[in-house]
Design a protein around this ligand. Structure first.
Ligand code: UD1
Ligand code: MG
Length: 460
């Protein structure tokens, strides 16, 4: 157990006291969900920030540890610490519910024609007020919680058994089942708006039916896995998740802005998204403090699955899954770029993270080698040579023109091919800046350029 420094203790104490004061005030008024959510997220930050160093040793003793492969003297660090973030997050969501629904509970338990009369306890016990309580709103939180708790359990399984990629790829789909069940019961909307150029052929709306559920299942599989494979550099898993979370908040703010006619029809969905994202940002910022270069802990697949599923839940239950994908542009690129290795067209080593050069202290592209025992199919070799010529990877050939090695197919290695050797934190920062710019461009496309394809932006 590492004790917190006195500066850490005093900062966390001040933050916690301020958050508790905000919470007490929020409860005394109408619940004030936004302030309550901010305060709970502050507490979630403080709690997980302290919990991580306190429990690191226990994780190591239980075998949850990993070597930091990109350091001169690799020491063993606690692995799977994202579990703490996920658990604190789940706790935060449960504690937020009374604030989210205080107004509704009050409205449901007061007699409609006599505001001063509280409905008799016997009546309440008979469940007579439930029809006036927005159960469908509560259901969204309940099923989101169920899905995130399930994906956390599955993440622990993965971190405990170090499962192979092909085995664990579909894991998140199981966790998404409760959420898809709710979507079926509550919304059931499976049609999509057709872009203008296709309308003469398809009409204004197309009903995708069962395919829409397959699409949502695919999002639930994609979001967690794509974060897990854009990994291997200190801080990158949490950093990219924070960038996506902040961009989603920005998108929510566009719908909740007082400049629009409020309440906007999509305001409820975007508030739901804000209330799920704020505590996520709280626990992730705390984790990043410990995981940023030089890392003191690793986040584990538990965190990657949990983070990806938070986004899937927010996008699906908030009804903006297509916008969500616009914030995953680097991850989608990384996934497509990785496909030849993921689908074993090209050999895939256990670790594809960039190679640490101990002499220079810098990161270089790591490579997959193709020796006589496992040569590439000639057509694949030719394709790699073309990619090499286009500077889309680093390729080595022998005297006979046979490809002997290629940089591993990840965006991190590609970035190093383009930029040359970089220090680990520099690499992570540059990737996060690039991701932020891509995300902002995505949002811009969504809210301005999309007008070329659709008749209106749904903000107006
Ligand atoms: C995924 C990637 C793998 C990459 C790994 C790194 C695919 C298909 N899999 O595998 O290529 O090497 O993530 O996370 O793309 N580690 C570091 N520094 C870090 C983070 C991780 O050295 O900043 C090492 C540690 O030894 C740690 C291990 O990576 O214990 C964690 O790997 P794990 O998350 O189990 O790998 P996968 O998710 O299976
Ligand atoms: Mg991983």
């Amino acid at each position: 157990m590492r004790a917190l420094s006195s500066t850490e203790v005093s900062s966390l104490s001040v933050l916690s006291i301020a958050c508790v004061a905000v919470l007490v005030n929020a409860w005394r008024s109408d619940g004030e969900p936004l302030f309550a959510s901010l305060a709970i997220s502050g507490l979630a930050f403080a709690f997980s920030y302290a919990l991580i160093p306190w429990t690191g040793d226990v994780f190591i003793r239980r075998g949850y540890k990993g070597k930091d492969l990109s350091k001169k003297n690799p020491i063993e660090l606690p692995e799977a610490m994202g579990l703490l973030s996920a658990l604190v997050y789940l706790l935060a969501i449960v504690n937020f519910l009374p604030f989210a629904f205080k107004r509704d509970i009050a409205a449901a338990t007061f007699a409609p024609n006599d505001k001063d009369r509280i409905i008799e306890a016997a009546e309440i016990e008979n469940g007579r007020f439930l029809h006036r309580f927005p159960l469908e709103k509560l259901a969204s939180y309940g099923f989101a919680y169920g899905t995130l708790a399930t994906v956390t359990i599955l993440g622990i399984l993965d971190d405990s058994f170090d499962m192979r990629w092909r085995h664990k790829f579909f894991i998140p789909a199981f966790a998404a089942l409760p959420m898809l069940g709710l979507y079926f019961v509550d919304f059931g909307v499976t049609h999509v708006v057709v872009p203008l150029p296709l309308r003469p052929y398809l009409g204004d709306l197309v009903d995708l039916g069962g395919f829409y559920y397959l699409y949502m299942a695919a999002i639930s599989i994609f979001c967690p896995n794509c974060i897990n494979i854009l990994a291997g550099v200190n801080g990158i898993e949490v950093g990219q998740s924070l960038v996506i979370a902040f961009l989603l908040l920005l998108n929510d703010a566009l719908y909740l802005s007082p400049k629009l006619h409020q309440p906007h029809p999509a305001a409820e969905s975007h508030l739901f998204s804000v209330y799920l994202l704020l505590p996520f940002i709280g626990v992730s910022l705390a984790l990043l403090q410990h995981n940023w270069f030089p890392a003191k802990v690793f986040v584990g697949d538990t965190y990657c699955y949990f983070a990806g599923m938070v986004f899937a839940v927010v996008g699906i239950l908030g009804h903006f899954s297509k916008t969500l994908l616009l914030l995953f542009i680097p991850q989608i690129f990384n996934f497509c770029y990785s496909a030849p290795q993921l689908f074993k067209i090209v050999p895939c080593p256990r670790h594809r993270l960039p190679r640490f050069n101990a002499r220079t202290g810098l990161m270089e592209p790591s490579v997959a080698t193709f020796d006589e025992d496992k040569p590439l199919r000639p057509i694949v070799g030719e394709a790699l040579k073309v990619l090499g010529k286009l500077h889309l990877m680093k390729v080595e050939t022998d005297g006979k023109g046979r490809v002997t090695e290629a940089s591993n197919f990840t965006i991190l290695n590609l970035w190093l091919v383009w930029r040359g050797p970089l220090r680990e934190d520099r690499l992570a920062t540059e990737i996060l800046v690039m991701q932020t710019l891509c995300g902002l461009a995505g949002l811009w496309i969504r809210h301005s350029l999309a007008l070329l394809l659709f008749t209106a932006d749904n903000r107006f």
